[in-house]
Design a protein around this ligand. Structure first.
Ligand SMILES: O=c1ccn([C@@H]2O[C@H](COP(=O)(O)O)[C@@H](O)[C@H]2O)c(=O)[nH]1
Length: 277
């Protein structure tokens, strides 16, 4: 039986360091790597990232959009990418940001969190903006299959605040409500719950108490969006050890050299270790 995602993530971060590398095959990166903006380029790009990093970084996070833009052939590349990355030892967080009414959410959950699915991943990013309760089918399937979820709470983009910082009837922000419901899912779990939040490393004013969800905190925004690893303790305070900083473009720009990708990832691992120590 597979250990819960939170326990597997804790172990992976202890062994390999606190880093998630995003696999985001932007057209501009494909071009910079000397590849075509086509299926052949997508295949070479994702294979190279997996070859370079899946045996050494804790988490790889394919961004589904960059594969989906090529249609079914792109999705086939994504399926292979996920399978290869998992086989090489990385935990895979599928960044697909799914969220819908409960009955449809059940189908999204099956697509990514059912062991028989070609896109089976260790965890999935989800949007709680149809109501956190609508995510229940995904919560249930994730728990059953040792998977995790990362719910969007305080995203790294400046536009997110208009929704996420809005104050609801009970006097707390939407983000606070999402974080509290994640904390409830993780209550009492050791060493770390499996139900995480997406909280940008770019943020300036976050209440440390809200982040104590006993679950992982996926922190995009390091690198191209302007945050650095030094921001991790500033933003996350006492929860910094549960943070998985996520970097896509600022690692990927060092390809197609396998060694270049490895060196870039290692620099970020070293930087976050120093910052969080
Ligand atoms: O709040 C969020 C949630 C998700 N993302 C995703 O992370 C990567 C960031 O890429 P970089 O190149 O490191 O900027 C991308 O896939 C986003 O969709 C985010 O940035 N912020």
């Amino acid at each position: 039986m597979t250990a819960p995602f939170g326990a597997r993530l804790r172990q992976a971060m202890d062994d390999r360091g606190q880093l998630c590398v995003g696999i985001d095959p932007h057209a501009s990166l494909l071009s910079a790597w000397g590849l075509g903006d086509d299926i052949a380029g997508l295949t070479t790009f994702s294979r190279t990232v997996v070859e370079a990093l899946a045996d050494r970084v804790a988490v790889l996070k394919p961004q589904a959009a960059f594969f989906e833009r090529f249609g079914s052939k792109g999705v086939a590349v994504l399926e292979q990418c996920v399978a290869d990355a998992r086989a090489a030892g990385a935990l895979v967080v599928m960044d697909a940001k799914r969220g819908d009414i409960g009955s449809t959410m059940a189908a999204y959950a099956e697509a990514f969190l059912d062991g028989g699915s070609p896109l089976f991943s260790d965890a999935l990013t989800v949007s709680p903006y149809l109501g956190f309760g609508a995510l229940k089918p995904a919560v249930d399937l994730a728990r059953k299959n040792g998977c995790g979820l990362f719910a969007l709470a305080l995203t790294s983009n400046p536009e997110g605040a208009s929704v996420q910082r809005a104050v609801g009837a009970e006097g707390r922000t939407v983000a606070q409500s999402v974080l509290a419901q994640l904390a409830a899912e993780n209550a009492g779990v050791q060493p770390l719950g499996s139900f995480g939040a997406v909280v940008g490393a770019t943020l300036t004013d976050v209440d440390e108490a809200d982040l104590a969800i006993n679950g992982p905190l996926l922190a995009p925004g390091v690198g191209a969006q302007g945050a650095t690893m030094a921001d991790i303790p500033r933003v996350f305070g006492r929860s910094a050890r549960n943070v998985v900083p996520s970097v896509s473009r600022d690692v990927l720009k060092h390809g197609p050299s396998v060694q270049g990708l490895r060196d870039a990832a290692q620099r970020f691992v070293d930087e976050v270790r120093t910052a969080v120590a």
